[in-house]
Write a protein that binds this ligand. Structure first.
Ligand code: THU
Length: 130
């Protein structure tokens, strides 16, 4: 199954009664394993979580920490980009040059690198003593 197909499949399990905007994410790790996640909203709105965060949590729960590729999909007029917070979450576990595919359920797709999504990213190096 492709990452796109995996993201479309998990998207159907999203819990999005408030926004009615279901999102699915699928990532492949350096080992080749695939992990998926969907958005999980909450009646206390800020407690909701994004699809990408769910996929990352599943990856870590399995003891893996290196994202090689990621795909996010929604029923959107244009390929759906990860939100700002998710870009930072992805950057925690991925090199700047990994491909991130943004997609729609209709089949439109756009692939960019993580660096293109998050230029000038804050990283561990910024916390080193000068
Ligand atoms: N959402 C995601 O799951 N990922 C993103 O990168 C963009 C936004 C979800 C959060 C919320 O449940 C819904 O989409 C509307 O913002």
């Amino acid at each position: 199954m492709t990452l796109y197909d995996a993201a479309c499949k998990v998207r159907e399990n999203a819990h999005a009664p408030y926004s009615r905007f279901k999102v699915g994410a699928a990532l492949r790790t350096a080992s080749g394993a695939v992990f998926t996640g969907c958005n999980v909203e909450n009646v206390a709105y800020p407690e909701g979580t994004c699809a990408e965060a769910g996929a990352i949590a599943a990856m870590c729960a399995a003891g893996e920490y290196a994202i090689a590729e990621l795909c996010v999909v929604a029923d959107s007029p244009a390929p759906v980009p990860p939100c700002g917070g998710c870009r930072q979450k992805i950057a925690e576990f991925a090199a700047a040059d990994i491909p991130v595919t943004m997609a729609t359920t209709q089949g439109a797709r756009q692939t960019v690198t993580l660096a293109e999504l998050l230029p000038g990213a804050f990283g561990a190096g910024h916390m080193e003593a000068p």
